[in-house]
Design a protein around this ligand. Structure first.
Ligand code: COA
Length: 204
């Protein structure tokens, strides 16, 4: 496990001292962020399906679970109900140090009637912290830079990384260990479960 000193130097923890994402007050009451546990699968499916108004993301989650390709899966719980979910799965980076571990964030979804109240942010921040504690070197994703920039994600192309699915500026990265971003370059490939649902080259 990383020492507290090492953790403190890393980019990800742009979080106020004393901040605890695992149990936070929000306009929808107390939100608990916890690891997915047995029995959450149906609720997670519902969250992803409703968040995206389609089943693709929910299917990817089930496929990654079935192939044991999940590094981290967190749920947000409000009043005993799963209202948000984020998943992290391993990626391969064309050129990276041996034994380095990079992961992809996504899918992430919050039930429509709970969006815009900070739950997605709690999931991202706690996910990054947990990935760091698990020894991940960095995280990539395809998403809106206006949203993910606030967590410290930068355009992956700035670091010499490209996504096998394209994505342009939507492809972003964050290092979880000092210097990690400078040690990787080339094409990043997601878990094969994503291939069937790959975004269009043009999609942001
Ligand atoms: C994206 C999502 C997970 C964010 O969760 P959330 O709980 O609504 O987000 P938060 O309350 O933490 O943050 C709200 C901010 O995110 C912005 N935001 C929400 N969804 C966004 C999106 N898809 N793209 C860009 N910005 C988005 C809001 O405009 C708001 O911005 P502001 O703080 O400047 O006002 C959620 O809105 C969702 O499930 N959307 C549908 C599924 C989706 O698009 N997933 C992400 C694909 S990369």
């Amino acid at each position: 496990m990383l020492s507290q000193d090492t953790i403190a130097q890393c980019v990800v923890l742009a979080v106020a001292p004393g901040y605890d994402a695992r149990m936070s007050d929000s306009p929808v009451g107390t939100i608990e962020i916890r690891q997915e546990s047995e029995g959450d699968a149906a609720a997670i499916w519902r969250v992803q399906e409703q968040a995206f108004s389609e089943e693709d993301e929910a299917k990817v989650v089930d496929m990654l679970r079935a192939s044991d390709s999940i590094v981290l899966s967190l749920v947000a719980v409000a009043a005993g109900r799963v209202v948000g979910h984020v998943l992290f799965s391993p990626v391969t980076v064309e050129s990276s140090p041996p034994d380095s571990l990079w992961v992809a964030l996504g899918p992430i979804g919050v039930l429509p009637d709970h969006q815009g109240r900070g739950i997605g942010s709690l999931l991202v921040r706690e996910g990054l912290v947990q990935c760091q504690l698990q020894g991940c070197d960095g995280v990539v994703l395809l998403g809106d830079p206006a949203y993910y920039g606030r967590f410290g994600f930068v355009p992956a192309s700035d670091c010499g990384l490209t996504c096998v699915y394209g994505g342009g500026p939507a492809f972003q990265a964050i290092g979880l260990r000092q210097g990690a971003l400078g040690q990787v370059t080339g094409v990043v490939s997601f878990a094969p479960e994503f291939d069937a649902f790959a975004p269009d080259e043009e999609q942001a």
